[in-house]
Every structure is written in structure tokens, then in C-alpha cells.
Design a protein around this ligand. Structure first.
Ligand code: AMP
Length: 250
């Protein structure tokens, strides 16, 4: 069984985001980029499936500029077998990403697609759901546990009402929550080996899909500065402040 894992190149989660001076978006020039953290979890899960003999091959795919090859090399260094870059300089929204991934699924022929539950740059949380609808496959989103047997997967999802267990028949789309596993770090020998693993580049324009933007970003602004907090000396002082200064209690 092949597993396809879409991985997105995003600004590293440790970086403090800066808005561009023309407010058209956020600064990405000279900013550290990395694989979307939920996608690292997705790669890890696919690797564990291969190590457990459930999967035979793990294929990573990314949609983006030539620089997304770095992200794919990270996936290969973690242990993925092959990678595919669907190259475009356009900003592709989740609908366009799902359409291109649909084509990638037709090309690769996986029985499972594991995506992150969301990309930390757009926080859309849409791509997996839209891809499942396009493929007409069952979907298990926000998975915190996945057990495969007999052409099925039992998935646990953490919801506000408790832990939900789903039984999906394969092929299926899964999206990962951070609790699903702890991703491995690629070590030096594997980073070196990854340089020789196959990485196919396909032009997004050649895939016969309309991935043009439907949204126009009008303006991106920094969040308002928060007032610094104060430390009060006693509970009495707090009550006095709430009653007489802030006037939020009487
Ligand atoms: P989103 O719906 O944008 O929050 O993204 C959810 C998931 O879709 C991500 O965690 C990735 O697995 C996948 N994804 C989104 N954008 C891309 C992209 N440009 N290339 C590859 N995978 C992507």
C-alpha cells in the first residue's frame, strides 16, 4: 500500500512574523522556513505504517515554488521513499491545492493520504476535507491515533465531547493532530541519503486544473499591542482596583 503525504513549506513556527510595509502580506524574504509541523506528524505516521509492514512506500508531495524542494528533501531525510514537487510561483489556496492533490493521487495511486489538519500559515483547515470530497473517499480528521487492519483504519479523534472512534474503509483521507505521534529528526547519514532519493518536478500548469485564486487579500495588519499587565500586592488591592478603578464589580 502506498501512502501519499502532502507537505507544505511554511514560516518556521519559532519565527516572529513581520507584516510587509505595504500590508500586502507577511515578510518571507530572509525568513527561516520549515515543514508545516502537522505535516511532520503526517510523514512520521506514514513511516511508522511502513515500518509496521502496513505500507510499502511513502511518497511526499508539495505544491509551491522551487524552494519547496528543501521541504521535500526533509521529508526524504526523515525516511520518505520518493517526492514530487508540483511547481508553481502562484499562491495556491486550499481549493487549488486539493484539486492538484487530487491529480497527484491519480498519478501515485495511494490507498491512504495523510495531511496535516492545518497549515500554520493560513490556518485554513480545509485541504484534507476538500480532497476527500473530490476523491469521494471517507475522511478522518484531527486523528490522535490510527490503527490499520483488514483494509480498514480505526481512528481516534479528540473532540469537545470526548474521544471519538471512527472505522474507515480504505482508501481514505486522514488529517493529523499533534498528539498522533512525535516526529523523528533526520540524522546526518539520512540527510546525505536523501540527496540521492528520487524527486520528480511537475509543472502545476501542466496538470489541467484551474487553481487560480478566488480570494483577494485586502490588507494584513499586526495585532493591536496589548497593554502590559501589573502585579498587585494583595487580594484586597485587587478587589479595590476592580471596584474603584476598573469599576467592573460593585
Ligand atoms: P490547510 O487546509 O491550508 O490548513 O492545510 C492542511 C494541510 O493540507 C497541510 O497540513 C498539508 O498537509 C496540506 N497542504 C496545504 N497546502 C499545501 C501545499 N502547498 N503543498 C502540499 N500540501 C499542502
Amino acid at each position: 500500500m502506498k501512502v501519499l503525504v502532502p507537505v507544505k513549506r511554511v514560516i518556521d513556527y519559532n519565527v516572529k512574523i513581520r507584516v510587509k510595509s505595504d500590508q500586502s502580506g507577511v515578510e518571507t524574504e530572509n525568513v527561516k522556513m520549515a515543514m508545516n509541523p502537522f505535516d511532520e506528524v503526517a510523514i512520521e505516521e506514514a513511516l511508522r505504517m511502513r515500518e509496521a509492514g502496513v505500507a510499502t512506500e511513502v511518497v511526499a508531495v508539495s505544491i509551491g515554488t522551487d524552494k519547496s524542494q528543501e521541504t521535500l528533501r526533509t521529508a526524504l531525510a526523515m525516511g520518505a521513499d520518493e517526492a514530487m514537487l508540483i511547481q508553481t510561483d502562484a499562491d495556491v489556496e486550499p481549493l487549488g491545492v486539493a484539486k492538484l492533490l487530487h491529480k497527484a493521487v491519480e498519478k501515485v495511486g495511494p490507498e491512504v493520504v495523510i495531511l496535516g489538519k492545518q497549515a500554520i500559515d493560513d490556518d485554513s483547515n480545509q485541504t484534507g476535507q476538500m480532497l476527500a470530497a473530490m476523491l469521494d473517499w471517507p475522511q478522518g480528521t484531527f486523528a490522535s491515533k490510527a490503527e490499520f487492519s483488514d483494509g480498514k483504519v480505526a481512528l481516534s479523534r479528540e473532540t469537545d465531547d470526548g474521544i471519538e472512534t471512527l472505522n474507515l474503509s480504505l482508501p481514505a483521507v486522514i488529517t493529523t493532530d499533534l498528539r498522533l505521534n512525535e516526529p523523528r529528526y533526520p540524522n546526518l547519514p539520512n540527510i546525505m541519503k536523501a540527496k540521492k532519493k528520487p524527486l520528480e518536478v511537475i509543472q502545476a500548469d501542466s496538470m489541467g486544473v484551474d487553481f487560480a485564486s478566488r480570494l483577494t487579500v485586502l490588507k494584513v495588519e499586526e495585532p493591536a499591542e496589548r497593554e502590559p499587565g501589573v502585579i498587585l500586592g494583595s487580594v484586597d488591592e485587587l478587589i479595590d482596583k476592580l471596584r474603584n478603578v476598573e469599576k467592573v464589580i460593585s
